[in-house]
Design a protein around this ligand. Structure first.
Ligand code: DSN
Length: 413
């Protein structure tokens, strides 16, 4: 029970309007199965840490080198988060836990490694990359001279194309990573391509960070010069970003985060990151991540067995990207139907998508959040049945009792 559930809640007493919205969000999450690949449910310990008084504290600078007094607690927490991060991603030589998000982590890393106006190469958003990898509507595509690579006809990264684009563009930074790419990335091959032109390799592991921390998928630590990530997806922490760097570039990275691109760090989020990293260091975390990965593979298998197409024919991580082109529905339509049935999913462009980004021919699914709720293979199969039914045009209301039953049997942490 939280304060908000009782009449003693300061929020409910002082601002019933906001309290009501937040309670509505509690109910929404409780009564919805989250299959958005970038979302998860962090623990109540993480949530508690993020709502503490340290939110009031300004701590511009870094531990023991701050621009404000009274930072001894901030120093202790930030250093703890950094040390835990380096233990979790063994081999990382430095950790910056201040980025507010994955996008600001990427901006800082690019500023540090490419410099303003520098040349960068990343994977195109429509191929499975991320906006902050040089998309022309992102600051990373405006501030830097960006070129992008795509995927081959099977939906996998085409290393020959990466090499061709890199050789033509001669970037200072090559980015490996994506937001809807369901396959492992050959970081050693990327590092070799970067080396051919003297570029830094930046690996963005925002999505598979938790799987990598647990060692259930290959990681770029020790291969890439710099690794960026978010802390709230598979890593199951609070919202935020993080950068791991080799020692020789750590100073550049730290200066690019503060003062280069951010002001005061969000100390309450850093406290939450420290808690989440502590959780991730426990043996149960590895078991959890193995299940996340197995569930995604099983979900892809169940959907394919029912006749749906999956980009690349499966997955190596927590993401399943459904290709709807052979059906008569769009990603947007299935997203809407799914919501009516109680499933939170997102429409997503697939490689070569003929439809615009707000419509799309794809559906991106992820298994991190439902695995946190305790789902097993049977429940994943039920989800596959619901999604197939929705794609085939069944009335979403038909599935609402099934979904509600799963929500009640597997409550939020
Ligand atoms: N929100 C991230 C994702 O969904 O992958 C992208 O910014």
């Amino acid at each position: 029970m939280t304060h908000a559930d009782t009449n003693q809640s300061p929020l409910r007493t002082q601002d019933p309007e906001v309290a009501a919205w937040l309670q509505r969000e509690d109910r929404r999450q409780g009564n919805t199965l989250t299959l958005i690949a970038s979302e998860n449910h962090c623990s109540s310990a993480v949530r508690e840490a993020t709502s503490t008084r340290i939110t009031d504290k300004y701590a511009e600078g870094y531990p023991n080198r701050r621009y404000y007094g009274g930072c001894e607690v901030a120093d202790g927490i930030e250093e703890l988060a950094r040390q835990r991060a380096m233990q979790l991603f063994a081999g990382a030589e430095d950790a910056n836990v201040q980025p507010h998000s994955g996008t600001t982590a990427n901006l800082a890393a690019l500023l540090a490694l490419a410099g303003p106006g520098g040349r960068i190469v990343g994977m195109a958003l429509k191929a499975g990359g991320h906006l902050s990898h040089g998309h022309d509507k992102s600051h990373t595509g405006m501030v830097f001279q960006a070129r992008q690579y795509g995927v081959d006809a099977t939906g996998r990264i085409d290393l020959d194309e990466v090499r061709r684009v890199v050789n033509e563009h001669q970037p200072k930074v090559l980015i490996a990573g994506g937001s809807s790419y369901a396959r492992n990335i050959d970081y050693k091959a990327f590092a070799a391509i970067a080396k051919e032109v003297g570029a830094f390799l930046l690996a963005d592991i925002a999505h598979p960070a938790g799987l990598m921390a647990a060692g259930v998928v290959p990681s770029p630590i020790g291969i890439a010069d710099v690794v960026t990530m978010t802390t709230h997806k598979t890593l199951r922490g609070p919202r935020g970003g993080m950068i791991l760097a080799r020692k020789d570039v750590a100073k550049l990275i730290n200066s690019a985060v503060f003062p280069g691109s951010q002001g005061g760090p969000l100390m309450q989020q850093i406290a939450g990151k420290a808690v989440a990293f502590g959780e991730a260091l426990r043996p149960e975390f590895r078991t959890y991540q193995q299940k996340v990965k197995d569930h995604a593979a099983w979900l892809a298998e169940c959907l394919m067995a029912q006749g749906l197409d999956i980009v690349t024919g499966g997955t190596d991580n927590h993401i399943v990207l459904v290709d709807l082109r052979r059906t008569d529905v769009t990603g947007a339509a299935v997203e809407e139907r799914a919501l009516a049935a109680g499933l939170s999913v997102n429409k997503n462009a697939i490689p070569g998508d003929p439809r615009p980004p707000m419509v799309t021919s794809g559906l991106r699914l992820g298994t991190a959040a439902v695995t946190t709720r305790g789902f097993g293979r049977d429940q994943i199969k039920s989800i596959a049945d619901v999604i197939t039914g929705l794609v085939r045009g069944a009335d979403p209301e038909r599935f609402r009792p099934t979904v509600q039953g799963l929500c009640e049997a597997f409550p939020l942490p």
